[in-house]
Ligand binder design. Structure first.
Ligand SMILES: [Zn+2]
Length: 120
């Protein structure tokens, strides 16, 4: 995957952001826009992209991570539950993704397959 010939470069990704900002109305009057406006709109747009990237990576991570089989709190066997939508706050804004969930009947807690095994 890393060496795929169609892997976009950072410049190509940046080019898409520029196109969105100029043609998509983010910076409607580029000729008269000052640095502050350009910077604010760029950060806003790139933050949106960052949130989507983080969400996608977290969803992929939940697919690749080992499922939680025994409760991190009491050690009892966990029951797998249907995948759930989860929302987290990143430094670049909220991120939403779908993740598998394991449930402990004894503790009445749900655990996600992540490094932290965070309980809900
Ligand atoms: Zn438990």
């Amino acid at each position: 995957m890393e060496s795929a010939p169609n892997r976009p470069t950072a410049e190509e990704i940046a080019g898409l952001v520029v196109k969105r900002l100029v043609e998509g109305g983010g910076i409607p009057d580029l000729a008269n826009a000052n640095l502050m406006t350009i910077e604010e709109q760029t950060i806003k747009e790139v933050d949106r992209v960052t949130q989507i990237v983080i969400s996608e990576l977290l969803a992929q991570q939940s697919q690749e991570a080992e499922p939680v089989t025994s409760c991190p709190k009491c050690g009892k066997e966990m029951t797998p539950k249907k995948a759930q939508h989860r929302s987290l706050q990143s430094r670049r804004g909220p991120v939403k993704f779908k993740t598998d969930v394991s449930h402990c009947e004894a503790c009445r807690l749900d655990f996600f397959p992540s490094n932290e095994n965070a309980a809900v």
